[in-house]
Design a binder for this molecule. Structure first.
Ligand SMILES: [Zn+2]
Length: 260
């Protein structure tokens, strides 16, 4: 979602450049429609984001109440999945907070939140196996993960300065019009990152469910639950990517209308 002072200024630029009245070239009309369409996407993304978050929370609460037949905790599920996949240099640790579960490829640790680490239920097993899915991607050199990891320092850098470059780009639009495009290029890095994240997350979940099923951790009753919990988690990444893409298109439309 667009935010910050740069966004507000950009909105101003947009408004000043929207053609009014009759007799404007068709191209401007097309552009106006394009901007309207982006706003419709913004609103749809916002609504979808709200719905997906609510659904995700509800599903995780629901499946946290469903016990695992083997009685394994999230930590035990993770350790078994790593062992069975011949991964011996990654440790499973507990971290504070909720939804803080992640794999740290530098420290080689699978970090599971308290509600996952020590709990034996379908939701905990699904999350634990998903994080181990990332471990397997890492050890097997899964290409989208390699690209995503390479983008991390780039995105960290661009996130730090992007709002300032966009802001300066707008202020100095008549002196150095190229600066706004530099800002847009910086923003595009985070859009690219959110797009590359999609195959990484979906693939980790696919690996998770496959292993949980094959290892007999889930059965015909609990497998669809694990799948559903991970599906809603994946949707949050899809929404984030769409939001970022819409914002990028919005910036491009604004910069283009200003350059005429
Ligand atoms: Zn993940």
């Amino acid at each position: 979602m667009p935010q910050g002072a740069a966004y507000l200024l950009l909105k101003r630029v947009l408004r000043d450049n929207v053609p009014r009245g009759q007799g404007y070239p068709l191209r401007s009309l097309e552009e106006q429609n394009f901007k309207k369409m982006i706003w419709v996407i913004f609103i749809a993304v916002m609504l979808a984001s709200y719905i997906v978050q609510a659904k995700l929370t509800k599903k995780f609460e629901e499946f946290s109440q469903v016990p695992l037949q083997g009685g394994l905790t999230g930590a035990e599920v993770a350790r078994r999945m790593l062992r069975q996949n011949a991964v011996s240099d990654v440790t499973v640790e507990s971290v504070g907070g909720t939804l803080t579960d992640h794999y740290n490829p530098l420290r080689k640790t699978v970090n599971l939140s308290e509600g996952v680490y020590g709990q034996a239920n379908v939701a905990a097993a699904a999350v634990a196996a998903h994080e181990c899915g990332h471990v397997l991607q890492h050890s097997q050199g899964y290409l989208p993960l390699t690209i995503r990891t390479a983008l991390v320092p780039v995105v960290n850098f661009s996130n730090k300065i992007v709002q300032w470059v966009l802001l300066l780009g707008i202020i100095l639009i008549n002196i150095t019009p190229a600066l706004l495009w530099v800002g847009i290029a910086l923003f595009a890095m985070s859009t690219l990152f959110s797009l590359v994240t999609l195959p990484v997350e979906i693939n980790a979940s696919r690996r998770a469910v496959q292993w949980l099923d094959g290892a007999g951790i889930v059965n015909y009753e609990t497998k669809p639950m694990a799948e559903e919990a991970l599906k809603w988690a994946a949707y949050t990444y899809v929404i984030a990517a769409l939001g970022s893409l819409a914002t990028l298109l919005y910036y491009i439309a604004a910069a283009r209308s200003n350059s005429r």
